[in-house]
Design a protein around this ligand. Structure first.
Ligand code: PEP
Length: 249
């Protein structure tokens, strides 16, 4: 059976002191986890995290990556730069970047491609807004977002991680029910199967107010292969409870 993946998304949170406490507590409680575990941290803290995680099972992730290799792109961070800090995952197309930075499906697909070219696994986020769900457009929206990434990445599709993150559930305390989430995951799985014979090895994560209380039930769904965790990844005890639930699921 494929291992689940629990990836924390710290968003724009942290300080050198707070990170130290959080990561030490996670490492102390994690032992040998029964699932893959990562934290996606703000870029300035990658060096600190690289040291803190040392040779542990805690993988390092970035929250974004440039679609470009290098050059006059002020403020951007390339996949090759991330690689130098031992980064294993990069979130691409998070709804906050689509919403506040105008990231399009094509740009997200190019970012995924740039990450893959450096051996970094993109965590490709897809998800509908509340208005789109209420208009019955969920399936159409997530399929369109994923299709762009499949189109740009051809035979590398099996190397992706996909995260279904309903926008209305992110940071709101509203979670998709396990059945609602599973239904969308099944749609994404079918889309991946049409694109690659290795679709079943792609981890499809759920993200959106996953927490210590609801993780086990979500992770028990057949097509939910892990979680992308925002708020709860900033509390060591909650994050560890989710990691344990994933190890048992
Ligand atoms: C996220 O930012 O990817 C996320 C899922 O956030 P939260 O868990 O806080 O809803």
């Amino acid at each position: 059976m494929k291992k689940k993946l629990i990836a924390g998304n710290w968003k724009m949170n942290g300080s050198i002191e707070a990170n130290d406490g959080l990561v030490r507590a996670v490492l102390a409680g994690m032992g040998t986890p029964g699932c893959a575990v990562a934290v996606c941290v703000p870029a300035p803290y990658l060096a600190q995290l690289q040291m803190l995680r040392a040779a542990s099972a805690l993988e390092l992730g970035a929250q974004d990556v440039s679609a470009h290799d290098k050059g006059a792109y002020t403020g951007e961070v390339s996949a090759a730069m991330l690689r130098e800090f031992g980064v294993r995952y990069a979130i691409v197309g998070h709804s906050e970047r689509r919403q506040y930075h105008g990231e399009t499906d094509v740009l997200v697909a190019d970012k995924a491609k740039a990450a893959l070219a450096q051996g970094i696994t993109p965590i490709v986020c897809v998800g509908e807004t509340l208005a789109q769900r209420e208009a019955g457009q969920t399936e159409e929206v997530v399929k369109r977002q994923l299709a762009a990434v499949i189109h740009a990445n051809g035979h590398c599709v099996s190397e992706l991680v996909v995260a279904y993150e309903p926008v209305w559930a992110i940071g709101t305390g509203k979670t998709a029910s396990p059945q609602m989430a599973q239904a969308v995951h099944a749609v994404l799985r079918a889309q991946l199967r049409a694109a690659t014979p290795q679709a079943d090895r792609v981890q499809i994560l759920y993200g959106g107010s996953m927490n210590a209380a609801n993780a086990a039930e979500l992770l028990a769904q057949p097509d939910i292969d892990g979680g992308l965790i925002g708020g709860a990844s900033l509390k060591a005890a909650d994050f560890l409870t989710i990691v344990t639930a994933a190890g048992r699921a």
